[in-house]
Design a protein around this ligand. Structure first.
Ligand code: F6P
Length: 525
C-alpha cells in the first residue's frame, strides 16, 4: 500500500493549531516557566547518552497535544513502518528507502523485490571490514609495493558530505592514514589535493552511486591521467592497486578501469544523502578503523529503534520535526540554525543542509498538486563559539525569528578543562539569552550600575533584547562514533517525519536536474 496522501492543512489538528496560535503567539515563554516549575523536566527527553531539552520553545502542553494529533492524522506511524519494512515509499523513483537496513542489528530479514537485502548488506560490511583492515595494516599495497598512506575520496553531494563530515567529526579517533576529499569540479580543488601526494602510496576511492555525475567523473579522470603520467612509470594495469570505487553502476566502473574485486556495492534503495552507512562510508572505515565504523552504525541503529518504537510524545526525531513544523508553518519562520559546540563538527551544518533541503525542498505534494503551504526550511549554521562573533547578532536582535538547535558535549575529548568549562558556559548562555532577552528595566539598571547613567537615554533602546526566541538544547555525554551515529540518524528521521506530514516525497531530487541539463548545454555552445 502506498503512502497515504493527506493534505496537512485539511486536518482537524491543523485547524486547532491555527486557532491555538492566536492565543499563544504573543505569550512570553517566561510565563510558561513561571506557571510550571516542572516545565524543563516535562519537556526533556532522554535517549542513551543524549538529552533533548525543548522547554525553551513557544509551546504549551496544549500545543504539543495538537502537534501530536497532526502526526497521528498524517498517519506517520504507518509511514515509519512502511519505510523500515522496505515498501516503495520513494514513489517517484519507484524505490524503497532503506538506509536503516545498512545499520540493522535485528537479524531479521528485510525483503525488497522478494530478496532479503540483509544478505548483501552483511556481505558488503564484511568486504569493508576486510579491506579497511588490510589497508590499515599495510597488507594491501600500492602499484610499486609500498604501503598506503593517503586516502582520497572523490565524490560529491551525498558521496562526499557525509563521509567528510564524519571523518572530520571523529578525527580524534583517526589512525595514521591521511584522508583527503575532492568534490568540486573546480580544477583548482583537485590540483591542490594531488599536488603533494605520492601516487605509489595513495588510494583513490571514487564514490558515485550513479557513476554518471559530471563533477566526480571529471575529477576521477583528471586523477587517473595524473596517475598514468610518464613521470610515475605507471600503466593501466596499475589502476587496480590504487583505485577502488563505490557504485551501483558496475559497467561504468569497469569501463573506467577499476578491477572487479575493488568495486564496493551501492543499492538503489539507498538515497545519496542517506548513504554514508554503506560502502559510501568506506573512507570513514579506513580513517577510523572498522570497529569505530561499526560503533557509528550501532549508534544509528539505536536511534532507529527509538524512532520506530517510541510513542510520539517521547520520540526525539518526531518532537524535533513537530517543533520545526510549528515554527515553519504557523510562525512563518524561514530557517533553522544548527550550532554544534564542538570544532570537530564544523561540517555538520553543510551535511544537514543537503539532508534536509534536498529531501524536503519540494513544492508538489504526493498527489502531484502544488502545495499552498510552506515545506522545507533553510538550514544553516556553524560552530559555537565562532558564530557568537559572527552571525548570532542577527539571531538575537534581528527582525527574523530563527529557531536554533544547540548541540553540546558534557566531556571534551582532549580534556582541557578550562576551555571546556568556558565553551559550555557559552553553550548554555546562548540558549538562555535567546529565551530571556534583556528588558528595558534590566538594561537601565545595568547601565546605572556600570556608571553609564549619562548614556542611558541614548543607548538604552539598542541594548534591549526582546528574547522569547526558541531553541532546542541537545546535550550529549561525549563525541564518540556511537553518539555521532545517533545524532545523524536523529536528523534523518526528523527529515522523514517532516516530509510525511508535509505530504511530499522526500527521497527524490528532481530539482537538481535542470541546472545539470543547462550546464551541459552551456558546455556544448
Ligand atoms: O545532484 C544531486 C545528487 O544526485 C545527490 O543527490 C547525490 O548525493 C549527488 O548528486 C551525487 O550523486 P552520485 O553519488 O550518483 O555521484
Amino acid at each position: 500500500m502506498p503512502l497515504k496522501n493527506i493534505n496537512p492543512t485539511k486536518t482537524e489538528s491543523w485547524k486547532k493549531l491555527q486557532s491555538h496560535l492566536l492565543e499563544i503567539k504573543d505569550v512570553e515563554m517566561k510565563s510558561f516557566f513561571q506557571k510550571d516549575n516542572n516545565r524543563k523536566e516535562k519537556f526533556t527527553l532522554n535517549f542513551e547518552d543524549l538529552s533533548l531539552d525543548y522547554s525553551k520553545n513557544r509551546i504549551t502542553e496544549e500545543t504539543l497535544e495538537y502537534l501530536l494529533e497532526l502526526a497521528n492524522e498524517s498517519e506517520l506511524k504507518d509511514a515509519i513502518q512502511k519505510c523500515f519494512a522496505g515498501e516503495i515509499i520513494n514513489v517517484t523513483e519507484n524505490r524503497a528507502v532503506l538506509h536503516t537496513a545498512l545499520r540493522n542489528r535485528n537479524g531479521g530479514e528485510i525483503n525488497v523485490d522478494g530478496s532479503d537485502v540483509m544478505v548483501e548488506v552483511n556481505e558488503a560490511l564484511g568486504k569493508i571490514k576486510a579491506f579497511s583492515e588490510s589497508i590499515i595494516q599495510g597488507k594491501f599495497k600500492g602499484f610499486s609495493g609500498k604501503k598506503i598512506t593517503d586516502i582520497v575520496n572523490i565524490g560529491i553531494g551525498g558521496s562526499d558530505l557525509g563521509p567528510r563530515m564524519v571523518v572530520e567529526g571523529l578525527h580524534y579517533y583517526k589512525n595514521h592514514l591521511n584522508t583527503h576529499f575532492i568534490s568540486n569540479i573546480d580544477g583548482d580543488h583537485v590540483t591542490e589535493v594531488i599536488k603533494n601526494l605520492n601516487p605509489e602510496t595513495t588510494l583513490f576511492v571514487i564514490v558515485s552511486k550513479t557513476f554518471t555525475t559530471q563533477e566526480t567523473l571529471t575529477n576521477a579522470e583528471t586523477v587517473k591521467k595524473w596517475f598514468l603520467s610518464k613521470q610515475f612509470n605507471t600503466t593501466e594495469t596499475d589502476i587496480k592497486y590504487n583505485f577502488v570505487a563505490v557504485s551501483t553502476n558496475l559497467s561504468k566502473v569497469r569501463d573506467f578501469g577499476i578491477a572487479d574485486q575493488n568495486i564496493f556495492p551501492m543499492w538503489n534503495w539507498v538515497g545519496g544523502r542517506y548513504s554514508m552507512w554503506s560502502a559510501v562510508g568506506l573512507s570513514i572505515s579506513l580513517a577510523l578503523g572498522f570497529d569505530n565504523f561499526n560503533s557509528f552504525l550501532n549508534g544509528a541503529f539505536k536511534m532507529d529503534e527509538h524512532f520506530k518504537n517510541s510513542p510520539f510524545e517521547k520520540n526525539i526525531p518526531v518532537i524535533l520535526a513537530l517543533l520545526s513544523i510549528w515554527y515553519n508553518n504557523f510562525f512563518n519562520t524561514e530557517s533553522e540554525v544548527v550550532i554544534p559546540y564542538s570544532q570537530y563538527l564544523e561540517k555538520l551544518p553543510p551535511f544537514l543542509q543537503q539532508l534536509s533541503m534536498e529531501s524536503n525542498g519540494k513544492s508538489t505534494d504526493r498527489n502531484g498538486d502544488s502545495v499552498d503551504y510552506q515545506t522545507g526550511n533553510i538550514i544553516w549554521g556553524n560552530t559555537g563559539t565562532n558564530v557568537q562573533h559572527a552571525f548570532m547578532q542577527l539571531v538575537h536582535q534581528g527582525t527574523k525569528l530563527i529557531p536554533a538547535d544547540f548541540i553540546g558535549f558534557e566531556e571534551s575529548l582532549h580534556g582541557l578543562k578550562d576551555h571546556h568549562e568556558k565553551l559550555m558556559a557559552n553553550f548554555s548562555a546562548q540558549a538562555e539569552a535567546l529565551y530571556a532577552g534583556k528588558t528595558k528595566e534590566e538594561v537601565h539598571l545595568d547601565m546605572k550600575f556600570q556608571g553609564d547613567s549619562d548614556k542611558i537615554n541614548q543607548l538604552l533602546p539598542f541594548k534591549v533584547f526582546e528574547g522569547n526566541r526558541p531553541s532546542n538544547t541537545i546535550l550529549i555525554k561525549k563525541l564518540t562514533p556511537k553518539n555521532l551515529g545517533s545524532v545523524i540518524a536523529m536528523y534523518e528521521h526528523k527529515t522523514l517525519t517532516q516530509g510525511i506530514i508535509w505530504n511530499i516525497y522526500s527521497f527524490d531530487q528532481f530539482g537538481v536536474e535542470l541546472g545539470k541539463e543547462l550546464a551541459n548545454k552551456f558546455l556544448s555552445k
